[in-house]
Design a protein around this ligand. Structure first.
Ligand code: 8DG
Ligand code: MN
Ligand code: MN
Length: 383
């Protein structure tokens, strides 16, 4: 581009969804530092910190998208994706191997305690910070505290903490999906299911198992999730569950939310349900044999997080993109669609606000075509 840094200056597309971002990349150390700063900003909370968190996220995804290892900050100083703060941290790490600010946060009492709390299923940054402000620091503090009351979800997350920290391998996720498929084959033959989330993006180990379920014939999926969960419960597989958006897929409900709301979807708070698909999210208890884990005489089962999502066939392609993720990829896709094309994209549908019409899709490829984007494989969506 004729700038002073000439051939050493690197380029990146404006939006993450326009580029390829894979699990493997060249700048691990920088990404780790920026992600820590993002996580810290979210734990601090408040509007300003959330803005800073987004800026750190944008910087870390930019680093993941670069085609080589950065050795000198000049190579990236012309990228608009990096704010001054991120650039300063990157420069520091490149010159002396670490950043004082990052290490100070990493070792701070605030970060250690709130991060630990935030790792519990059901505990978001706001709750983690609230507990910290009340003087709590450890799990024992939580268990013994007389001033706080854990929700059922948090109690279950705390009780199963160690097992939920064990990674879910791709093989285990596939076995869980096979088990679910066997059940829906009995309940409603013809029903289909597939692994989505991190495992579909090529992760060898995830924090949970995400399974998308649908029936090729529109409407047949109604009532399915409740029946499936009842069966799993009878088998003793469910330790804790939350049923979300049950019966949300009526035609009226669909029309009410698929209007021209524009950015409202993107701005939704982290942690809040991002769509209206029927879903069961829970803590399951699987026989260790099902997961092919070594036998343990004291404990024949292992707790794992599972998300079961049901979509009507007409929304399947959009649900697939949405639930494949990752989260930041979706965010960029929705932002891009709205800003560049005035298309309101969700996990249900896309609405073209200029043409005032819905864009029906039966494959992921259809959606990329509507959005005038090069198709990206799931493993290229790891922002
Ligand atoms: P991991 O479990 O391996 O850690 O990674 P992941 O599979 O990418 O994360 P996830 O938290 O299981 O979320 C899977 C995808 O589902 C993610 O890209 C965002 C998408 N998603 C929706 N709606 C919702 C929602 O309401 N809540 C959550 N948590 N994720 C949603 O489309
Ligand atoms: Mn997942
Ligand atoms: Mn999940």
């Amino acid at each position: 581009d004729g700038s002073a840094d000439g051939e050493s200056s690197l380029q990146l597309t404006k939006y993450e969804c326009q580029r390829v971002t894979t699990l493997d990349h060249y700048n691990r150390k920088l990404v780790e530092a920026l992600e820590l700063l993002e996580s810290h900003a979210l734990l601090i909370g408040g509007e300003q910190s959330q803005g800073r968190a987004l800026a750190f996220k944008r910087s870390s995804t930019a680093m993941k998208g670069l085609p080589k290892e950065i050795e000198n900050v000049d190579e990236i100083s012309s990228l608009r994706h990096l704010g001054n703060h991120s650039l300063r941290i990157i420069g520091e790490i490149l010159t002396k191997g670490y950043s004082d600010e990052v290490e100070q946060i990493r070792n701070s009492e605030f970060y250690k305690a709130t991060k630990l709390f935030n790792n519990i299923f059901g505990v978001g940054p706001t709750t983690a910070r609230y507990w910290y402000d009340k003087g709590l620091r450890t799990f024992d503090d939580l268990r013994n505290s007389e001033i706080i009351k854990l929700t059922d979800r948090q109690q279950s997350g705390l009780d199963n903490y160690d097992e939920l920290c064990e990674p879910v391998t791709l093989e285990q996720a596939q076995r869980i999906r096979d088990m679910v498929q066997n059940e829906i084959d009995i309940i409603l033959p013809g029903t289909k299911s597939m692994l989505v989330g991190g495992h579909r993006r090529g992760k060898k180990a995830g924090h949970d198992t995400d399974i998308l379920i649908w029936h090729p014939e529109e409407g047949k999926e109604r009532g399915l999730l409740t029946k499936l969960v009842d069966r799993l419960e009878l088998k003793g597989y469910i330790k804790y569950k939350e049923m979300i958006n049950i019966d949300a897929n009526t035609d009226e409900a669909f029309l009410r939310r698929t209007n021209s709301r524009g950015l409202s979807d993107i701005k939704e708070k982290p942690g809040k349900a991002m769509d209206h698909l029927e879903r069961c999210f829970g803590i399951f208890s699987f026989p260790r044999t099902l997961l092919q884990l070594p036998q343990n005489d004291d404990n024949p089962s292992a707790a794992r997080r599972v998300d079961l999502i049901v979509t009507p066939a007409s929304q399947w392609a959009y649900a697939l993109v949405g639930w494949t993720g990752n989260k930041q990829y979706n965010r960029s896709l929705r932002l891009y669609a709205w800003k560049e094309l005035q298309i309101n994209l969700s996990s249900h549908a896309a609405f073209d606000c200029r043409e005032q019409k819905l864009l029906p899709a039966s494959t992921e490829q259809d959606i990329f075509n509507y959005l005038k984007l090069t198709y990206r494989e799931p493993w290229e969506r790891n922002c």
